[in-house]
Ligand binder design. Sequence first.
Ligand code: NI
Length: 179
Amino acid sequence: MTQHTILKMGDPRLLRVARLVADFDTPELHTLVADLLDTMQAANGAGLAAPQIGVDLAVVVFGSDAPNPRYPDASIVPRTVLINPVITPLGEDEQLDWEGCLSVPGMRGMVPRWQTVRYTGCNVLGEPIDRTVSGFHARVVQHECDHLWGKLYPMRMRDFSQFGFTEVLFPDIGAAEDD
Ligand code: NI
């Protein structure tokens, strides 16, 4: 298990459409997932996608078994490894809320997301995952899977007056936790 350097916005590898995983339960895939979980945990991230460590595969990890110090008010999202995901919005409702990203360190922006989505995909063994979720869980999934289509959250924003440095927007949180 290895902690990787997280690529930052501006790196063209963050703009690729990730390749689908073809072979499950391989040593290489287990290593990638372990590295993603390690790297996410070390950075206190809500989630992490393979492209963020330079790996061109449709693999994301998110959630934790304890509250996230970067999002202490958010409900707990179960730790999930999601491969080859497909997201389907359920209904027309959107929700605006603040997001950060480990590839956009030190900043937060107000991002519209679908309120409720169904997501499907596989775990590392190739077993199917099929969930319908709302709120923060739905937001995290949409943010992480966006990394697989080459989208960073500023590319989803509509109002750039609500984009800024974490230490200015949220002086109580401080910048250190975001970088
Ligand atoms: Ni991100």
